[in-house]
Design a protein around this ligand. Structure first.
Ligand code: SAM
Ligand code: SF4
Length: 333
């Protein structure tokens, strides 16, 4: 099948799949606290629909799939989804990004279903702050989930942390010291304008430069060569082998090397987190007037069309930038 190459010669190999828009936390940078515009269940892709799309995408050269959300572990059949993706003819490298709350319960079954690695989001080591940042007092559950992930043999375990001005921006060094001691790979992510409440401001964003400056007060960081299409700029800590990453989506966009597509939980394909346009795949799969073969052909055509229409960059830094009208939790990070 035709590879997913766009007009800027970028070959798309990575598909981020949101399994649900719902979440067990309310991280302030991701979702408004009182958000209640949840997608009705019947609008979410069924597991069969999801697997069909992922299967077709892998035939077009997608070789990495990341399950995300909302909170992907809220999807009741998450273990079966993992297992079915691993059984595809062109099984992709599979990863999952989670807030960790359900890892105590699910790490072992997920590992058995073939999941190898996991990314867990944790922005603070302070229980009170965690509750303030997420509106849920669940810090201990994340730590227990991380322990369970380690015990189940999930590796590597990466930690995603977003720093916010005046909230947790004093924790960069502390988070790295903790991650090094626990054997987790830490990555800081610059806060992006995706909160759907429109509260993001460039001045309040803790930049990659500030994070780097903080970390180098305590640690020596040397760039890891060959970043490829990875969003994180990686550094060896004190000469290695441990690494830390900084994802500077806003201050140093890496759109030129982007190889990612995104599928929302309601079956909309996006070429970028910040796209203003979506391609409806669910409608194709639910069209009673098409045969299975016709549906599959149309999904292929829409994958190619979405890639063809991909813009050069996300445009966050353009004066004309408009925030997408869905929060990060609904698009899938
Ligand atoms: N609920 C899961 C979690 O928190 O890991 C998966 C979905 S979440 C949307 C995926 C990642 O996006 C998390 O690491 C989160 O910190 C990050 N994220 C959410 N909103 C963001 C924003 N406005 N800017 C930067 N990263 C954000
Ligand atoms: Fe939920 Fe993840 Fe968004 Fe936090 S970052 S509100 S855990 S989807």
């Amino acid at each position: 099948m035709i590879p997913l190459i766009d007009t800027f010669n970028r070959t798309h190999k990575d598909l981020r799949v949101s399994l649900t828009d719902r979440c067990s936390l309310r991280c302030t940078y991701c979702m408004p606290r009182d958000f209640d515009a949840w997608l009705p269940n019947e609008e979410l892709l069924t597991t069969d629909e999801l697997i069909t799309i992922i299967d077709i995408a892998t035939r077009h050269g997608i070789d990495q799939v990341r399950l995300t959300g909302g909170e992907p572990l809220l999807r009741p059949d998450i273990v079966s989804i993992v297992s079915r993706i691993n059984q595809l003819e062109f099984a992709p490298e599979l990863s999952l990004t989670t807030n960790g709350l359900a890892l105590s319960k699910l790490s072992a079954p997920l590992r058995e279903a073939g999941l190898v690695r996991v990314n867990v989001s944790l922005d603070t080591l302070n229980r009170g702050r965690f509750a303030e940042m997420t509106f849920r007092d669940r810090f201990d559950d994340v730590i227990a989930g991380l322990e369970a992930a380690r015990k189940a043999g999930l590796s590597p375990i990466k930690i995603n942390a977003v720093l916010m001005d005046g909230v947790n921006d004093d924790e960069a060094v502390e988070l790295l010291t903790w991650a090094l001691a626990e054997g987790y790979q830490l990555r800081f992510i610059e806060q992006m304008p995706l909160d759907a409440g429109g509260t993001w401001t460039r001045t309040a964003m803790v930049s990659s430069e500030e994070i780097y400056a903080d970390l180098t007060q305590q640690y020596s960081l040397t760039p890891v060569p060959s970043r490829g299409s990875a969003p994180a700029e990686e550094f060896f800590v004190n000469g290695g082998p441990h690494k830390v990453g900084i994802i500077a989506s806003v201050s140093k966009p890496f759109c030129g090397a982007c190889d990612r597509l995104r599928l929302t939980s309601d079956g909309q394909l996006r070429s970028c987190l910040f796209s203003q346009e979506e391609m409806d795949l669910r409608k194709v799969l639910r069209d009673p007037n098409r045969s299975t073969e016709e549906k599959n052909q149309e999904i292929s055509a829409r994958l190619l069309k979405t890639v063809q229409g991909k813009l050069a960059g996300h445009g966050i830094n353009d004066p004309s930038f408009v925030q997408p009208n869905r929060p990060m939790s609904a698009i899938g990070g």
